[in-house]
Design a protein around this ligand. Sequence first.
Ligand code: GDP
Length: 469
Amino acid sequence: PGLEYEQLRRKIEIQARELSYFTLKQLEKFDAKLSEQDKEQLKNVIDRFGDQSRLLLASIRNLTKVDGYNSWREKEAKDLSNLIQARLKKLQNPSSDCTQTKRLVCNINKGCGYGCEIHHAMHCFHIAYALGRPLILLSEGWRYNPDGFDKIFEPLSNKCTKEMTAGSEPWGKNYESSQVIELPLIDNIHPRVNFLPMAIPEDLSQRLIKLTGHPFSWFTGQLMKYLLRPQTWLAEMIEKKREQIQFDSPVVGIHVRRTDKIGSEASYHDISEYMKYVQEYYDIHQYQYPSVKLVKRVFIATDDPSVFKDARSKFPDYIFYGDANISQTAQLNSRYGTESLKGVVLDIHFLSLSDYLVCTFSSQICRVAYEIMQQRHPDAAWRIQSLDDIYYFGGQNAHDQRAFISHRRQFSDEFDFNKGDTLGIEGNHWDGWSKGSDKNNGQHGLYPSYKAEDIVQIASMHTYPDVTV
Ligand code: GDP
């Protein structure tokens, strides 16, 4: 397929979704002011509009089934994955003695949750890839397994070990010259180099952009594929669980993040808010596959065990997978340690195996699951509905969009912008508007999401010329 075709196909899905967010939210607003008779009429309009939107999305999603390019997509995803994995293997196992190689050191012990610590290790691995320096991950006394990361996942290297971290210098202007550099938290990286997340490597950029609607998370998914190679016992445990719960497709994964997050970092979302999008996914799926008898499965991951009962009693026509015991250990009092780690690894694994995800991108668990999900599809960019934030990588460089249609303020809180302006995006409200600012005219506020698109950050990184697959 041509690049333009792939991009246009993805754009149509995004535009149809934005149209539906906007129109439905606007129609719902009128309800309170109407007479009983008009309310009835409005409800019919909303139902009809929703139904037509879902049919339209089914048609759009069916395009990839009939356009004849799926074998190319599958092969390209496999080839790119093999290439990146080969590069990482080479990176981590240099042919010369590791002590003769410029290298990086990163301590996983950030003192936060599992998703947070994995993302911390990931930013180190991202920099390692970009600079072509092997990464030595220190994990002694890790709160999720005090014996170390290597007992859970395969060691990152057979050649570069923790004994080779002596004499490390902190990150600074020396990042190219020093022999051993210890990486700080991503927020403390100064100077702010252009290859930090969400940058993708320049030499793979055109392939990634053609393959997927979200090149950065796809690339990150590949780094994670290497970073989180399970030890045999863990792989066996995951497989056993899969058989035990009879995990099957289609399935929608939902992650309901509650407890300590509520009020400070995220809002409370009722199970019905998740299920609204789950229902929508299945309605679209049914239009896509009209002759298949639909079984509606949902995998629940949560740190609030009451979610299972709530979901099962309110939505009896669904099959809910998930483990209330795991969620019990996910509660605050037993959050750390190896048992907790097993629970969260299992939950993330099954979320990532789902056909669609409904979760809150404010949670790192939701983001890790989405990143791992990218490993399973050429393009999983559309397979998510976040209830709050847009995707981000904590500590990332500026996330910008480009306006491709000019705008003159029409609703209060909006701002004017011109075609071609750079818009710094802070969030999408899933109601037709995004929040942000225009970097050309300095204005701040809301803007219609459909008039702008992401600018993919491309940075020059190490090119691994000696790796061929
Ligand atoms: P965040 O706080 O949601 O951004 O994610 P973190 O992974 O950084 O910290 C949350 C911690 O809560 C995790 O490490 C888990 O221990 C626990 N947790 C949250 N949600 C779940 C879940 O769905 N399943 C399990 N097993 N644990 C969870």
